[in-house]
Write a protein of this length. Sequence first.
Length: 305
Amino acid sequence: METQLDLLTKECVSYTKNGNVADYIPELSKADPGMLGAYMIAEDGSEFFSGDYMQPFTIQSIVKTILLLQALIDNGVEAVSEKVGMEATGKPFDAINVTEQKLDSRHLNPMVNMGAILMCTLIAGNTYEERFSRVLELTRILSGNPTIDIERKVYLSEKTYGSKNRALAYLLKANGMLADDVEEVLDCYFQACSISVTCKDLANIGVVLANRGRRPGGDEFIVPEEYARYVNATLITCGMYDGSGEFALRVGVPAKSGVGGGIMAIAPARMGIGIFSPALDEKGNSVAGIQLLEKISRQFKLSIF
Ligand code: GLN
């Protein structure tokens, strides 16, 4: 299987030329656009990897899955569903407003920025620093990697150039949906986006979600089954933003992308996959990453459809 993955990865490297590295966060523009790596962890615990799988990168929007999980753990499904909706927005990740009408919670989705920023306010903790520490701890537990930490340069770059996210947060405040200090909330969000991971970390988190909350071979639930199911369902409709429909056709598994070039794919009851390739399409999704996932999905018959 490993040689097959190697082969598929080599076939997809040329697609990196069809995308561009994110530059709206200046620190991200330093990534090498030609990179492509993959890591697969199957339900039986077997692992396969290829290409630039060892390269660390920032988790970016993939952390939205962890923000949602932590919010669910701290508040339960009902309280979270009161604050954010679950319908696909069909809009870009940083959409100003997903509705023509007055903004209300049903118009937010935890997989787009506004909803994810709001998730930070639901996480338990006396300070936003404490809330972020809990998100980091959950990331370490899910990935089984206690050394995971933030990439400070990216964090500072996001904080400095985060006008759009500030606008989104103030819009929430203007609509009476965010009571706390905007800068404190955003600091938690920016730090969360700047967590540094590898393909293996994403594959480990993905396989726990694929197993509805359990590590391969383990009986213990790291996160409650119901919350894993909640996250997976949200990902199928909105995990790839306004590219989610096409992704469902081409790949057909719940997945979350980030502008750092990562994609975490969850093949239910089969495997977790971590992909890294920083050249992005106009929707902010990794071009070669999607191409490789499409081939992996066909090869291993992963589509749930
Ligand atoms: N930190 C980025 C932002 O909020 C994450 C966006 C993304 O990965 N799509 O702008």
